[in-house]
Design a protein around this ligand. Sequence first.
Ligand SMILES: Cc1cc2nc3c(=O)[nH]c(=O)nc-3n(C[C@H](O)[C@H](O)[C@H](O)COP(=O)(O)OP(=O)(O)OC[C@H]3O[C@@H](n4cnc5c(N)ncnc54)[C@H](O)[C@@H]3O)c2cc1C
Length: 434
Amino acid sequence: MATPISLFWFRRDLRLHDNAGLLAALQSGHPVQPIFIFDTEILDELIDRADARVQFIHESLQRIQEVLAELGATLDVRIGKPIEVFQELTQEYPTRAVYTNEDYEPYARMRDQQVGDWLKSKGISFHSYKDQVVFAKDEVLKDDGKPYTVFTPYSRKWRARLQVDPIRSHPSEKYMDRFHRTALRVLPTLKKMGFEKSLIEFPTNAWDPALIKRYAQQRDLPGVAGTSRLGVHLRFGTISVRELAKQAASWSDSFVNELIWRDFYHTILWHFPKVVHQSFKPEYDSIAWRNNNTEFEAWCTGQTGYPIVDAGMRELNATGFMHNRVRMIVASFLTKHLLIDWRWGEAYFAQKLLDFDLAANNGGWQWAAGSGCDAAPYFRVFNPYLQTQKFDPELKYVRKWVPEFEEFGYPKPIVVHEEARKRCLETYAATLKK
Ligand SMILES: Cc1cc2nc3c(=O)[nH]c(=O)nc-3n(C[C@H](O)[C@H](O)[C@H](O)COP(=O)(O)OP(=O)(O)OC[C@H]3O[C@@H](n4cnc5c(N)ncnc54)[C@H](O)[C@@H]3O)c2cc1C
């Protein structure tokens, strides 16, 4: 009889160290065969054939492969529908168990249920671990056991829980001799998957203590390199959120607060998966959005005549990143000044952001539109000019992305701020005061 194997299924945890599910697999008593599936259900939805996220995943897998190759092991990378890939894999490996880390997105939950059920029907166990957040789904709840829907009390409870349940590491890197030894398998190329290289550059996964210590002072200034740019690494697990949170705790309370926002939105998505399609506050789905295609196009391409908005959209289109302060400004502008449904903006961000994360993106958009669980009230309409004065006073950010903003030829504002603000307040009020 062939030696039984445990499979470890990488997803949004693309690292070999401090990986909860991988550690459990390595301690399962069977050699571990690591796998990754390029899920065609996800790839087929991507519009851009040079999608930088696919390349980012590919490069991260390549790095894992290099380490495994030195150990005489290999990552087995497949392309297809997960359930079908598991039918193949379990034919090829005498699989006793499958280990993975939890994913809280509705599609992932449905997929894991399907895969887990099928494996169980074949007598193979399926084990899933918390890894991508500090506290998950039911770990930070109100005293009555219900989920929080407002951030501040959630964050207080989160911090209280950390006192009694400190972050533990999961040192998978200590058991690297427990991988299944087998011949090296070559990763499928991007081309084989129908993709090509993108021009976007990826930020480093190393974090700078000095930057995090200055975070509270600089985080709101888009013209300064004052935020970590770790979003994409947290998204794909090329860093451990536990390691980051543990270190950052002694450097910056305000940075930890952002990691709590991250957990909060994952918890919201877990308890209220309807937010993917609907406003958290249902009455916001009756707002009479104008949804003007020409204005949407001007917003997407950074041609609204509002320099701070255009700078943000151009930064996004060119780099796959946009500063958080500017994300709030452009999202407010789309949903309030232009009265375009937040789902349009959410979908555009989902297509472009390197750090795109369903939970945080949906949370950010619903916050900006006022429809979310912990939202900016609808009558707070950001004034793009005042936001610029306050957060980009020397126009460093604006000049970088919209150098022609003072020249003839730069578009006139597509809406007049005061008029748009008034129209927004009337439109929102007409629905919400009913
Ligand atoms: C409309 C809108 C859409 C957004 N879409 C996304 C998204 O798709 N993916 C995403 O990770 N963040 C999103 N954010 C949150 C935030 O803008 C980004 O996390 C941040 O700008 C990423 O840059 P950074 O890595 O330098 O973050 P830093 O400021 O250095 O923060 C560190 C990490 O904390 C987390 N974080 C920070 N702010 C938030 C927040 N408000 N909500 C949740 N997590 C946060 C991120 O993982 C981030 O990488 C969105 C915000 C808005 C207003």
